[in-house]
Structure formats: C-alpha cells, structure tokens
Design a protein around this ligand. Sequence first.
Ligand code: SF4
Length: 104
Amino acid sequence: MTVQQEAGSGIVTGEDLEVWIDQDLCTGDGICAQYAPEVFELDIDGLAYVKSADDELLQDPGAVTPVPLPLLVDVVASAKECPGDCIHVRRISDSVEVYGPDAE
Ligand code: SF4
C-alpha cells in the first residue's frame, strides 16, 4: 500500500487507522469533541468516548472506532492537544500506534 504525505500537515495517510481513548486519563476538558465532534463526545460521566461510524456513542472504556479519512487531521490534532495524553491512533492492520502517547 502506498503511503502518502499530506502537504504541510506532516500527517501520513494511505493506511486505515482507528482511534481509542484511555478514559482513566481523560480530564474531561472536551478539546477532542471540539476538534472532531463526529468522532469524540463527552458522556454524562464527563469523560470522552469515541463514536461509531453511524454516530453511536461507544460507552465501553477503551472502545475503538475507525478514523474517517476526511477527519484524520482533526483526530490527529486532538491526539496532539489532548491534555490527558490519552487519545491513541493506531493502524488497523498491525495495531501499531501512529499518533498518541505510545507512538514512536
Ligand atoms: S482531549 Fe483528551 S483529556 Fe480532553 S476530553 Fe478529550 S480525551 Fe479527554
């Protein structure tokens, strides 16, 4: 599969990615939900969770959802800005984290 680099963004595309949140570290500030409300939402417990492709809030801690390519920049920005360092973006093919606290 060809890996492409989006001009100026430093974001590598071309591989299917997924994202999950470690709720144990979430501060509940809601930055992720501001950047990418299609992917992240605060639940009534005050913590952020990911949403499914059909907009359903996935309330299981550590639930995983695919990253829609048009939203990749916003999801990566969320991971970079997340004060809890708890947004993890990884490749679906081998589960290697590409953005987030465990990315190399
Ligand atoms: S940006 Fe991080 S710490 Fe803030 S609500 Fe989202 S997941 Fe939680």
